[in-house]
Design a protein around this ligand. Structure first.
Ligand code: F3S
Length: 391
């Protein structure tokens, strides 16, 4: 029997006393709450909406957003990338009918008061999750960073639930919102001969390999050090791709618990690179899954600064519009573009119709991108950023 208790105010919303949109939102919260045996709804500090690409949600998703956009969100809310760059979509070779559908989605979100962030790294542009507070975020790569780096409390919520939560300002209390459910469940020891200079792609491969081993739970990661948010982002996004993991730990919370221990080494990482190796030649490099931070763009700028020539192969960088604006002010954007590299914002290689760009083999530096692009039938090769830029 379900024990979800609603307050009088919540009951009234459920009965439709605050209008049909909020009633629908409350119905979504209650249904999900019942599925997960939540006992109550709890107030949240922010929401991040995933699943806004017309390529993924199609006409039914568009209609849902149209319907729900009659009400405004009640808390800080950002949203994921969609299928196109709002300003430069013609450069993506996207047809107009498809573009119109996606642009409608963008306008529905704006109408609701959602920040037009269109990024999977909302924590880099002002939606920084508050530690020890509840949030309702979609997007697995953002959720794992919110939980593991910021110590915020969010489940990996489905898109419609994040929208409902944003409207009501609450979410069902279950899963990783409950402190007792946030204890490590498995000890993962990484044994590497060369511990230094593990680049972001190697970290991504390690995260992916761990995910394939553990499948779910809360791994305690031992044997590698993390030095930056960017490292959490690369590692976490890959771990959350090959598994249902939404939180990992770097130190033991429950000192007394005896955990099952598994060990991974270079061989496991090599297997990931072999898995994503469709060819030894490639014709385009796609970087920015998850979206690039300012620091990453600065590093790319530095890497290319002293090279006089344009790079040999086509490369696209994906980031958020806000980060690109800052990179532009700092002169990084222009300098990088002078080397023949293109930027897209609001979208990414996975949620856009990348096939319209007519490339054969895609080089990526992220296991999340490699995983989803190969599952869409593309030939993919996993390479580190420097190799892609110097290729
Ligand atoms: Fe972000 Fe797209 Fe990768 S949404 S995490 S860049 S698949």
């Amino acid at each position: 029997m379900c024990s979800l208790m609603l307050s009088k105010k919540e009951e009234d919303i459920l009965k439709g006393e605050k209008g049909e949109v909020l009633q629908l939102a409350m119905k979504i919260l209650v249904s999900v709450g019942k599925i997960f045996n939540a006992t109550k709804l709890v107030p949240i500090k922010s929401a991040h909406i995933s699943g806004i690409s017309i390529q993924n949600i199609g006409e039914p998703g568009l209609r849902f957003l149209e319907k729900i956009s009659k009400e405004k969100v009640s808390i800080q809310t950002t949203c994921n990338p969609g299928a196109l760059d709002e300003k430069r979509w013609k450069k993506q070779n996207i047809n107009e009918d498809f573009a119109i559908q996606q642009l409608k989605i963008y306008s529905f979100l704006r109408k609701m008061g959602v920040s037009p962030s269109f990024t999977c790294t909302p924590y880099l542009i002002g939606n920084k999750p508050i530690p020890n507070e509840f949030h309702s975020w979609g997007e697995s790569s953002a959720v794992i960073v919110a939980n593991s780096f910021f110590n915020a409390y969010t489940n990996r919520e489905p898109g419609p639930l994040t929208i409902a939560s944003a409207l009501i300002g609450k979410t069902p209390y279950y899963g990783l919102l409950i402190k007792e459910n946030r204890l490590e469940t498995i000890h993962v020891k990484i044994i590497l001969k060369k511990r230094k200079n593990i680049d972001l792609t190697n970290l991504s491969a390690i995260g992916y390999a761990i995910g394939e081993y553990v499948g779910e739970g809360i791994p305690l990661i031992d044997g590698i050090k993390f030095h930056s948010l960017e490292e959490y982002k690369s590692f976490g996004s890959a771990l959350a791709t090959s598994s249902n993991v939404s939180l990992f730990k770097k130190s033991k919370t429950n000192k007394k618990s005896k955990l099952e221990k598994i060990e991974l080494d270079e061989k496991d990482i090599k297997n990931v690179f072999e898995k994503f190796y469709s060819s030894n030649e490639w014709d385009i490099g796609l970087i920015g899954c998850p979206h690039l931070s300012l620091k990453e763009i600065m590093e790319i700028y530095k890497l290319l600064k002293n090279k006089n020539d344009k790079i040999r192969r086509k490369v696209i960088l994906y980031t958020s519009r806000k980060i690109l604006e800052i990179a532009n002010k700092l002169g990084y954007k222009e300098e990088i573009e002078r080397k023949g590299i293109e930027f897209f914002t609001d979208t990414c290689m996975v949620v856009s119709p990348i096939e319209k760009m007519n490339f054969d083999v895609l080089a990526v530096d992220s296991c999340k991108a490699a995983h989803y692009l190969s599952s869409r039938g593309f030939k993919v090769i996993l390479k580190n950023r420097k190799e892609i830029l110097e290729g």
